[in-house]
Write a protein that binds this ligand. Sequence first.
Ligand code: G2I
Length: 441
Amino acid sequence: MCVCTALGALALPSTAHAADTPLRDLAAAKGIHIGNAVAGYKLSGNAQYAAIAGTQFTSLTPENAMKWSSVEPARGSYNWAEADQIVAFAQEHDQQVRGHTLVWHSQNPGWLTSGGFSAAELRAILERHIATEAGRYRGKIAAWDVVNEMFNEDGTYRSSLWYNAMGPGYVADALRWARQADPNAKLYLNDYNVEGINAKSDALYNLVRSLKAQGAPIDGVGLQAHFVLGQVPSTLQANIQRFADLGLDVAITELDVRMQLPATDAKLAQQAADYSAVVKACLAVGRCVGITGWDISDADSWVPDVFPGYGAATMYDANYRPKPAYHAVATALGGGGTTPPPGGACTATYAVANQWGGGFTANVTITCPPGSSLTNWQAAWDFGAGQRLTQAWNAGCRQEGTRVTCSPASWNGSVPSGGSVSFGFNGTWSGSNPVPAVTVS
Ligand code: G2I
């Protein structure tokens, strides 16, 4: 057991950042923005939420406040209160605002979706909407998600109010109207399940390439990045790179990593690895300009409402305490000296030493920094791709389902302060052999 951080979880103040450099400073030093999605009523009604929103991020995205049903619930009757509030909060905290979103198939007001408008009327209504909203915030928005979620999973255009009335040309029209309304805002197309290379991201790629060829005003693509635990696509960086190579900016716009509840230490460690992988992929591509999370804490997240039984998708737990994912993001952004995650400062690394058709050898090294130590350590991980452990040395390991649990041999149960212990094993694999996140206690 860990003898160093027994007080860790209890001793931390509720928004425990005491020794940490805020994410916003780390991100700024790397030349990218770090953002989150926010709701106005929480900024004014929840002090912990507002403190995190104001101090950790360089960019805010209104989660719902700039959507059509929020700003024009009845035709010609506008409600800008929450959007104005978020813009003002961002300005007070020296933050940029990502506008979300001008054109979408969802969260449109009833008067618009059930109005029985002709194609020509819808076109005029959309032009006016973009002119009104982007015009109101002219000069105050760093980037607009001009069109949101225009594709089906197979890369065909989504059937929507706009596509059905105007055909695919609605995208270029919307971009032109947005450029007219706010010439300095970066104009983006934004979608989900386009993070890896697949049919849907191919469609987005072909669209933005043709928009650029036509001279339509397109500055960037937003990859929403609503991920499932352990499923960050291996082609994320290559996909970001191919959009960048077209001369476009790329932003991660709605990052979260959902898991089946309850959250366990192992799942939170995998989630930390997933968040870290996203940050690293973005940092590896010069035109990846920033990363925005979708919701401040697990208490704020949209996930449990939409995916029953799933949640814990953000960087902060429901009590606004930073999770391992927060620390992993800070570390990936170059942070040092962050508060170790509750549960232990000793860490384990897993490395595949040798791999051949159907088999592999891997080593796990448990390391304790000065001031930490372990006695009778336990290491555990999940094999997510069907791997089976066959034989271990310098540890006793067993596998049940995907879960592998290892305990020390008689001679290596103690990891001293500043020291390390290694063990190894053989296993079988097929298809892929990804590196799992190992938890140690
Ligand atoms: O679904 C997750 C995101 C996918 N990409 C586009 C984003 O705009 C979208 O955000 C979510 C918000 O996080 C939710 O908060 O969009 C949902 C649907 O527009 C939002 O949910 C809505 C509920 O459906 C409404 O019932 C509720 O009144 O939030 C509204 C305000 O709380």
